[in-house]
Design a binder for this molecule. Sequence first.
Ligand SMILES: Cc1cc2nc3c(=O)[nH]c(=O)nc-3n(C[C@H](O)[C@H](O)[C@H](O)COP(=O)(O)OP(=O)(O)OC[C@H]3O[C@@H](n4cnc5c(N)ncnc54)[C@H](O)[C@@H]3O)c2cc1C
Length: 296
Amino acid sequence: MGAFAYVAPSSVAEALAVLDEHASLGKRAQVLAGGTDVLVQMRTVDTQPRTLVDIKGVAETNRVDIGVTETFIGAAIPSAVLNDNAELKALFPGVIESADLIGSTQIQGRASIGGNLCNSSPAGDTIPALIASSGVCVIAARGGNREVPVEDFVSGVGTNVLEPNEFLIGIKFPNPAPGTADAYLRFIPRTEMDIAVVGAGVSVTIDENGTCTAARVAIGAVAPTVLLVTRASDALVGTQLDDTALEAAGVACTEAASPISDKRGTVEYRLKVVAVLCRRATAIARDRAKVREGTK
Ligand SMILES: Cc1cc2nc3c(=O)[nH]c(=O)nc-3n(C[C@H](O)[C@H](O)[C@H](O)COP(=O)(O)OP(=O)(O)OC[C@H]3O[C@@H](n4cnc5c(N)ncnc54)[C@H](O)[C@@H]3O)c2cc1C
């Protein structure tokens, strides 16, 4: 591991000042949350010196705020803490199940959804779920916070729209409308502790007749960035979310995907599995939505 300095600011302003100072001096600073990606990378692929800016002591990044119309989840909250939040689980079961899939119990004691998103891996488990639930990134920046929908945040493999003097404070979501529910599924070759071969996050809204009135489908690990597949949503809206509709949404996901072959799966395999996961995640979201709508 290369040399590094460490600072632990206690406010957004302090964190921004450190990042800003480093950016203006051309010195490298890197935000640290749980460190479950950063420390692995520092020991292997990225050993260059830097200042680690630990944002876990910044109150806003640890805040959960469930409001009347909106919910905010701080970027640095460990997934173990999120998994224990029954209210969040009830509102956004798909988001919380995606956080619950990260690593092991030990990893979840540190790993945050902010870190998962900012690491910006195509296979990051929370990203499809955050997109499906219409998450919006709240970014601390000079001159005030700015907001970016999660689907526009990641710009490539391991890259995102954050400037060197910015950091993610958290993610906000519109509270699910009546008859709305989400779900996340991933496929890995082992039972746990592996990177997704494919992931699928789905949110659907149904009315009192069981007709789908809104849908968002996002797929991971099948393109350089997680994709919001609007043609899959189009295939679901206006239907009863029956097998025919689910099949059409799965086909749309396969058509949108542009995966690579690697040791975890071939292109052909991923193209098949993405359709299967889309169908299954949609069925789970539909059944949850029916319970919420009171039609099941
Ligand atoms: C054994 C093991 C198993 C794993 N299993 C999984 C898995 O199943 N699924 C999965 O998706 N991932 C997995 N991971 C990867 C990792 O645990 C997750 O990506 C985790 O969510 C990262 O969160 P963190 O808080 O540890 O981020 P960190 O390591 O602290 O940061 C990750 C990246 O995001 C940046 N960053 C963090 N927070 C912010 C912020 N608020 N603002 C700006 N930049 C920020 C950092 O600079 C860094 O580039 C695993 C890792 C290990 C070591």
